[in-house]
Write a protein that binds this ligand. Structure first.
Ligand code: NAD
Length: 457
């Protein structure tokens, strides 16, 4: 039984305790929201150019600490060093992008009879952000920084297992000169601090990233107060490989192994057109065997451990001893290690083919033609991401339109860029983060009509 007053942060590669952090309770959440409410009034009143200037300074401060933040992410989350550097850089870049948005939060002037009509984007107030452990820094940033840029205060609750980079970001914000209490980080348990944040009447919006099951509860609780909510939830994304594709690029194993598969956009359903199936199987067998799994702090490592014993048990439950599978190697000894794996004997409706495993495990499934590929791609409750590979431009366009998912890549495995909107269809979520409209998701639109008729005589 864990102590409800503290969080023990483990290094997932060694199982050693990295830090012990106090866990917030409902009273701590309440006090943080009171402080945030005070801070946000002065922040919203600042000229946008001043807010932008401070956020750029925050970006510069993050930039000066990229290596330190990356090393912290390696230790608390087991991410490879290369990935962790990218993640800290992503937080910095998003700050710069959002800072520009503060100065361009444009309303509209709408032609109407009898006067002028203008709209304003007003900040919501205090925004609650609840982040998961799989990309602790970027996901905290995606929820928090556009909200700050739009003139809100943020109370961020990181995941139980990964509070350290978020806490450091909050310190860097203060160092950069952001007002006190504007960006507060409250580590804590989901069912205590998370729920208290969701239920708090003075929290104007919740941005939640995590499991679909938890997101459903968050949405129900928000509904009681008619509180807006953005949900970024699970995924089970397809990688559709047509017979005319560049097979080597299409079957890049890091499309599902990046971050040890703990990626909501991981392409874990590899759908390959029948004539290529055997070639794909042989290619993946070699590719998995070549993946370097080990100490995430080593520059040469390509894949680290899973986040926790719980996650390791969950992933194992999908890969029984007698499963038909291709697999690579993983270290023995302490740490939460699981080898890169592709299941080759699954039916499209088996749990491993339909449920989000959130580990380095994909399924390989054949399809016959374009219609069959689309049917299989859409045959899941999720709709977050996906890739499709073909040299036929017409087919690429038809399939991109037919696949019900928020983020697709054609002849590429990229999915998240801070310049473009990110979010899911179906049970993968609600609302969008990032992209040119990121700030407006943290505002209310106010419409003002100004009569030009003059007072009635
Ligand atoms: P989780 O839902 O258990 O936890 C996510 C966060 O919610 C944590 O901070 C947790 O403390 C908090 N929480 C838990 N119960 C809560 C409650 N009742 N009320 C309020 N907050 C609560 O998920 P996880 O295991 O941390 O993350 C893995 C899941 O996140 C996967 O399903 C993955 O696909 C999803 N995910 C989605 C995206 C996306 O952008 N779509 C990104 C990353 C992760």
């Amino acid at each position: 039984m864990s102590d409800p007053h503290e969080l023990k942060v483990l290094n997932p590669a060694t199982e050693q305790v990295v830090a012990t952090v106090p866990a917030a309770d409902a009273a701590d959440v309440d006090a943080a929201v009171v402080r945030a409410t005070r801070a946000r009034t002065a922040w919203a009143a600042l000229p946008p150019a001043d807010r932008a200037r401070l956020l750029r300074r925050f970006a510069d401060t993050v930039d000066a600490h990229v290596e330190e933040l990356a090393l912290l992410e390696v230790r608390e989350a087991g991410h490879t060093l290369g990935n962790a550097r990218w993640e800290a850089g992503n937080a910095r870049d998003l700050l710069l992008y959002a800072a520009g948005g503060a100065e361009r939060l444009l309303g509209r002037q709408i032609p109407v009879p009898g006067g002028w009509d203008v709209t304003f984007h007003e900040p919501l107030g205090v925004v609650g952000v609840i982040a998961p452990w799989n990309f602790p820094m970027p996901i905290a940033a995606w929820g928090s920084f556009p909200a700050l840029a739009a003139g809100n205060a943020v109370v961020l609750k990181p995941a139980e297992t990964t509070p350290l980079t978020a806490l450091r970001l909050a310190e860097l914000a203060l160092e950069a000169g952001l007002p006190e209490h504007l960006f507060q980080v409250l580590p804590g348990y989901g069912d205590i601090a998370g729920r208290a944040l969701v239920d708090h009447p003075d929290v104007a919006k919740i941005v939640f990233t995590g499991a679909t099951r938890t997101g459903r509860e968050v949405m129900e609780r928000c509904a009681r107060q008619v509180k807006p909510v953005t949900l970024e939830l699970g995924g089970k994304s397809p990688n559709i490989v047509f017979a005319d594709a560049d097979l080597k690029a299409a079957l890049d194993p890091f499309s599902f192994l990046d971050n040890a598969g703990q990626d909501c956009c991981a392409r874990t359903r590899i759908l390959v057109q029948e004539p290529l199936f055997e070639e794909a199987r042989a290619f993946l067998a070699d590719a998995l065997a070549a993946v370097v799994v080990g100490d995430p702090a080593d520059e040469k490592t390509q894949m680290g451990p899973l986040i926790s014993r719980r996650q390791l048990d969950r992933v194992r439950s999908y890969v029984p001893e007698d499963a038909q599978a291709l697999s690579g190697a993983a270290p023995d000894g302490p740490g939460f290690w699981f080898p890169p794996t592709v299941l080759t004997g699954e039916r499209p409706d088996s749990p491993a083919a339909r449920e989000e495993i959130f580990g380095p495990v994909a399924v390989l499934l054949p399809f016959t033609d374009e219609a069959d590929a689309i049917r299989l791609a859409n045959d899941t409750p999720y709709g977050l991401s996906g890739s499709l590979w073909t040299r036929d431009i017409g087919r690429a366009l038809r399939v991109s339109q037919a696949v019900r998912a928020g983020n697709l890549s054609v002849n590429s495995h990229s999915s998240v860029r801070y310049w473009t909107p990110f979010g899911g269809f179906k049970q993968s979520g609600l609302g969008r983060e990032l992209g040119p409209d990121a700030l407006t998701a943290f505002t209310e639109t106010k419409n003002v009509f100004i009569s030009t008729e003059g007072p009635a005589q």
